[in-house]
Design a binder for this molecule. Structure first.
Ligand code: UDP
Length: 243
């Protein structure tokens, strides 16, 4: 599959539809898969932290989570077809899981949020088999979560620990698992559980979801400052003509 390199992060060149199709194939073939949904903040973090960059490069697929990534690809004359965000991907995977009765495990968020997200999935996607879950505030040395996941053999494992912990956790335990699609989904359980609202469609269509989130959670401002830095560095890559 074609990849587009942005500041050293190899994004897959795909649409959501094609990617979900590919993942369904991988579930059938029991091909273990590690997916990173990367926004500009992740790209910047990877550029500052070599270990994190190495983890991201180990993933089977990195998708363009955020309009900033799509715009950067265009600027580099190597366009990506569309955003493939963590939240939308989770919805699409759950839709397919509903039809095919896939086994799902949820790792992350506060206990109440995790329970809320599970309840929502059961209501909305009754065909999904939730085989287990664990909140996201555990001791890093604790290995029983990974051994539980191995034993339960889920088809899909959603990991909502925020960056960079979700990618670090997946990378650290990946060798143990025999199958499963592992994907870091950031704050998605909070959205599912109704703790955090997703931007209304108008804001999403106008590519202003980031602005809506900033208004709702002004504490995100510091994190969002990664964005101008990202734009600056992408221009640097363009000038150098480097991939
Ligand atoms: N989280 C967690 N364990 C931690 C830190 C965070 O489970 O040690 C959860 C947090 O409760 C939230 C999610 O990770 O549900 C990600 O939060 P954030 O809003 O930072 O996500 P992002 O913006 O990175 O998608």
């Amino acid at each position: 599959m074609k990849r587009v390199s942005i500041l050293g992060v190899p994004f897959i060149h795909t649409t959501m539809k094609d990617f979900i199709y590919l993942l369904q194939e991988r579930i059938v073939q029991k091909e273990k898969t590690f997916i990173v949904t990367a926004n500009p903040e992740i790209v910047m973090k990877a550029n500052e932290d070599e270990d994190y960059m190495n983890i991201i490069r180990k993933a089977n697929f990195v998708t363009a989570d955020g309009i900033g990534v799509v715009k950067a690809a265009k600027l580099l004359n190597d366009p990506l077809p569309e955003r493939v965000t963590g939240f939308d991907m989770m919805q699409e995977l759950l839709k397919a899981a509903d039809q095919h009765h896939h086994r799902v495990y949820l790792l992350g968020a506060e206990e109440a949020v995790l329970q809320g997200a599970m309840t929502k999935i059961v209501e909305e996607f009754p065909g999904v088999e939730i085989v287990g879950g664990h909140h996201g505030f555990f001791d890093w040395e604790q290995n029983d979560i990974a051994s539980d996941i191995k034993r339960l053999e889920p088809d899909l494992v959603f990991v909502a620990l925020g960056l960079p912990r979700q990618e670090q956790w997946i990378a650290q335990h990946f060798a143990l698992f025999e199958k499963g699609i592992f994907i870091g989904v950031g704050g998605c359980f909070d959205v599912l559980a109704g703790k955090v609202e997703r931007a209304p469609e108008f804001w999403q269509k106008a590519n202003l979801e980031w602005f809506y989130r900033l208004m709702k959670q002004p504490t995100r401002l510091k994190r969002m400052l990664a964005l101008p830095h990202f734009v600056f560095k992408v221009y640097g890559q363009k000038l150098k003509g480097k991939k």
